[in-house]
Design a protein around this ligand. Structure first.
Ligand SMILES: Cc1cc2nc3c(=O)[nH]c(=O)nc-3n(C[C@H](O)[C@H](O)[C@H](O)COP(=O)(O)OP(=O)(O)OC[C@H]3O[C@@H](n4cnc5c(N)ncnc54)[C@H](O)[C@@H]3O)c2cc1C
Ligand SMILES: *[C@@H]1O[C@H](CO)[C@@H](O)[C@H](O)[C@H]1NC(C)=O
Ligand SMILES: *[C@@H]1O[C@H](CO)[C@@H](O)[C@H](O)[C@H]1NC(C)=O
Length: 365
């Protein structure tokens, strides 16, 4: 009989991990408080702590560099793995998976060494990014403040279309789901015994609970306010301003409109969108990329969005832990603003971690 694994969490990380565990031959149950559903009915007053609906979500490359934390190397490798996964899923399911391939554009007012190293005269595409090209001065925003820009090939997802696709696929392939709120991930070990599968032992529990379970003192959130507009855009554009603020758009595709962003506010738990912030985001984006207006004077707002990026001091935690008195817990949380773009790489690391544990446990018998 195949080994049983429980995944706590049905955000993009739990769903991706559950699907890949299933493909690797495990019997998988997802236990979560929140599941994906239509974005149009997602209510922030009850779902603010479920981050996946409120994400953009696009892939933008974050170049690793000797001047930056070494963990970015692992994250970059995960983003490349996720890019390949999105590419093949888009090819096989262009109309249902919620994935769009498009051009990514970066505008930076004061670029750090990691960006300057991306393109040098001797190495015009140092990281070998797909479709990478440095922009020349005539292609930069008219205000003249952006000093460096590039474009590359990338993808966006409509988050709830994509997550619902993963969930549907998981169930169609025999996966089980339980809607429960747990106090600790270890509870999953005993829960399944009392939920109609007596005698079925759980080999591992995956902790993909996002902002969910206390206590990890290193966990906090990064608030993000964005605005969903009806306009479509031909690219996902990101501008890093010299004052540290961000101006970006993420077309969601599939008649989901375009996200205009956005703020990054560490440890701010305010769930209410600010109208001043909305006005500033829309104005700055229109100045940066007037093409989105299509000749009109302003964008058409659908709704304001506030989300909580699950942020961990020291970076994401993707590692196994033997919890005494319970069993093996594979942690996969703290993905911050990169949950979608790293998701498939994280899922692969989860499967490797579970496999290593099971092999190790078997060799001790
Ligand atoms: C404004 C904004 C823009 C963003 N843009 C991007 C982007 O462009 N690209 C990108 O890659 N990322 C982006 N992100 C980040 C991305 O959305 C997150 O990294 C990702 O959604 C985190 O997914 P997760 O599965 O870890 O957590 P979540 O989506 O929060 O899922 C957690 C799961 O655990 C469950 N859970 C929690 N506690 C319990 C409990 N006690 N018992 C049972 N179940 C529990 C929840 O119900 C849920 O199912 C953005 C985020 C925001 C807010
Ligand atoms: C979200 O999480 C915070 C911190 O754990 C909690 O205080 C708040 O009640 C939660 N909000 C909702 C809507 O569940
Ligand atoms: C599981 O993940 C949460 C983050 O959602 C973290 O706070 C918690 O410490 C983790 N659980 C364990 C047992 O480490």
């Amino acid at each position: 009989m195949s080994q049983h694994v429980a995944v706590v969490g049905a955000g993009v990380i739990g769903l991706s991990s559950a699907l890949l565990l299933q493909r690797s031959g495990y019997a998988v149950t997802i236990i979560a408080r929140d599941f994906p559903g239509p974005f149009e009915t997602m209510d922030p007053t009850t779902k603010i702590n479920y981050t996946s609906p409120w994400g953009g979500a696009h892939n933008r490359w974050v170049p690793p560099h000797p001047s930056l934390p070494a963990s970015l190397e692992r994250e970059h490798a995960m983003s490349l793995r996720t890019f390949d996964h999105m590419k093949s899923l888009h090819a096989s399911h262009p109309h249902t998976a919620g994935i769009t391939f498009l051009q990514g554009i970066e505008y930076i007012e004061s670029p750090g060494p990691e960006y300057l190293a991306l393109s040098t005269p001797s190495n015009p595409n140092a990281l070998n990014l797909p479709g990478f090209r440095l922009l020349d001065a005539s292609e930069l925003p008219a205000d003249g403040k952006v000093t460096w820009g590039c474009e590359y090939d990338t993808w966006c997802v409509n988050p709830m279309v994509y997550c619902s696709f993963l969930l549907r696929r998981f169930v169609h392939r025999g996966g089980r789901v339980l809607q429960r709120e747990l106090r600790r991930p270890e509870e999953a070990f005993s829960l399944l015994a009392s939920e109609g599968e007596p005698g079925r032992k759980i080999a591992a529990v995956v902790n993909a609970s996002g902002t969910g379970l206390v206590p990890d003192p290193a966990m906090t959130i990064t608030r993000g306010q964005t605005c969903l507009v009806a306009e479509e855009c031909d690219a996902t554009v990101t501008r890093q301003n010299a004052d540290g603020s961000w101006t970006f758009c993420v077309p969601r595709g599939f008649e989901g409109g375009t996200i205009i962003g956005g703020t990054k506010e560490l440890n701010n738990w305010d769930a209410k969108p600010s109208m001043e912030v909305r006005a500033r985001l829309l104005k700055r984006f229109a100045e940066t990329y007037p093409k989105i207006l299509g000749g009109k004077s302003e964008m058409t707002v659908i709704r304001d969005i506030v989300g909580r990026r699950p942020t961990r001091d020291g970076g994401p935690r993707v590692e196994g832990e033997l919890v005494s008195g319970a069993g093996f817990v594979m942690h996969a949380y703290g993905l911050g603003g990169r949950g979608y773009e790293l998701s498939w790489g994280v899922a692969e690391a989860v499967v490797e971690g579970v496999e290593r544990h099971i092999k190790g446990a078997e060799s001790k018998l």
